[in-house]
Design a protein around this ligand. Sequence first.
Ligand SMILES: NC(=O)c1ccc[n+]([C@@H]2O[C@H](COP(=O)([O-])OP(=O)(O)OC[C@H]3O[C@@H](n4cnc5c(N)ncnc54)[C@H](O)[C@@H]3O)[C@@H](O)[C@H]2O)c1
Ligand SMILES: O=c1ccn([C@@H]2O[C@H](COP(=O)(O)OP(=O)(O)O[C@H]3O[C@H](CO)[C@@H](O)[C@H](O)[C@H]3O)[C@@H](O)[C@H]2O)c(=O)[nH]1
Length: 460
Amino acid sequence: MGQGRVAVIGSGYVGLTTGACLARLGHEVVCGDVDAAKVELLSRGEVPILEDGLPELVAEGLASGRLRFVHGAVAAISGADFVFLCLPTPDGGDGRADLRIVHAVVAEIGPFLERDAVLITKSTVPVGTAQQITATVQRPDVAVVSNPEFLQEGTAVRNFMNPDRVVVGSDSRAAAEAVAGLYDGLSCPQVVTSAESAELIKYAANAFLAMKLSFVNSVAALAEEVGADVGEITYGMGMDERIGSKFLKAGPGWGGSCFPKDTKALAAIALDHGVPFPLLDATTLSNDQAQDRVAEMVRQAAGGSVAGKRIALWGLTFKAGTDDLRDSPALEVAARLAESGAELVGHDPAVHRDLPIKPGQPTVRVVADPIEAAEGAEVLVVLTEWPQFAEVDLEVARAVSAGDVIVDARNLLDTAAAVGAGWTVVGVGRPTVRPGDPAGSAATDAQLPVVEVAGGETGL
Ligand SMILES: NC(=O)c1ccc[n+]([C@@H]2O[C@H](COP(=O)([O-])OP(=O)(O)OC[C@H]3O[C@@H](n4cnc5c(N)ncnc54)[C@H](O)[C@@H]3O)[C@@H](O)[C@H]2O)c1
Ligand SMILES: O=c1ccn([C@@H]2O[C@H](COP(=O)(O)OP(=O)(O)O[C@H]3O[C@H](CO)[C@@H](O)[C@H](O)[C@H]3O)[C@@H](O)[C@H]2O)c(=O)[nH]1
């Protein structure tokens, strides 16, 4: 594997993971960020985000001298053969990705890039961005490569070190292969494409996964109406290898810093190119409906209205294992409840401050313990699938609550235990179970039995 001198611009979830993992792979890495306080923290080995295994990797990189943090992009690129852009590309307000930070940084560093440096977009950027960057930099010696990142928050280090694939796309095959070479220590396929294909692979992958989840959440809505169980349905669907069993878990809608903005951005790209792509708008619309449905379940559980009632929220982050609250479905549901006049008390293992929901709305009062959150609550709502919630003593929770209904929007809790403790459990895509009901459909997806049928040899 060729060792490279690497600069990483932006030390957030992607940049910090990229920098620390590339240092682990043996490269000399300098990370530059505009946030001086963050640079100072990182230089001391303090990692400001919750990401499993990252503090250890940062400490290792600092100790080996292969990982350094500096203030600013220009300071980071001195001596670098490869410059990764890991900068924010948020929703610009109309669904299109806002590339202002990317373009500003490219203009800032362009004149100072080393001779023959390779400039790499790891940020998720629309089709044509590599071409635009090439035009801005105006350096025939500098190649631009698109190298989208597919890591998931919470498992970022593991995903980076064990990727399903590495994608590199460029006009310059040599530059693309040089970037791919930085990952030679990893055993995974390397996909070398044009820049346009690489840029689109990223959006298509995210939007496809979001579409899969919207589909499942709509199946869950149907299951509720017909008395079926979405866990059983997705178990049966997922055994078809063409469908696959991953990303079939129904819930309160999907969120996070990527799926919502990237699905909208791909829809905008399609629109801008005159390509009808109705699935993308439907994917986002179905997600809004999934969040509406969970809010409505809570209203119904509260007797038809949550106005003036205390509602306990277990989970605020967009999924378990992360402290990221960006576009969290939990907060989307919270916003709907706040609009209906609910008083919200939340607990989340990764959140330690009261949260403003949206401008003009009251905050979620955040407490340090799930039982404390349940105190005096009319309804208890599970919004994030933190495994800790499955360990809470539901008898104690029931004793301190004012109500007796749990809306388990992640189908996380042991339904039989909850019902045994006196709760009525309203799940997503499964029948509601009340005390006194027969055991009901308490199986989780993973526990369902597979019945092997002998014989069936057809010779086909
Ligand atoms: N978060 C993910 O799971 C993930 C996964 C794959 C791809 N992506 C994409 O990667 C990109 C980065 O996402 P993220 O979640 O790491 O963002 P982030 O907000 O966590 O990090 C961005 C970093 O860039 C820094 N920054 C902002 N302006 C700067 C400037 N002018 N110069 C230097 N640094 C600057 C910020 O201070 C911050 O530390 C986005 O395009 C995103 O879509 C994210
Ligand atoms: O079966 C499932 C799987 C996920 N989710 C939800 O879907 C959202 C997104 O989850 P996940 O994909 O794990 O989160 P991210 O860390 O945002 O990762 C996505 O977005 C990243 C940024 O682009 C990509 O790199 C990853 O490949 C892509 O999975 C979350 O709200 C999850 O709760 C479900 O509801 N059911």
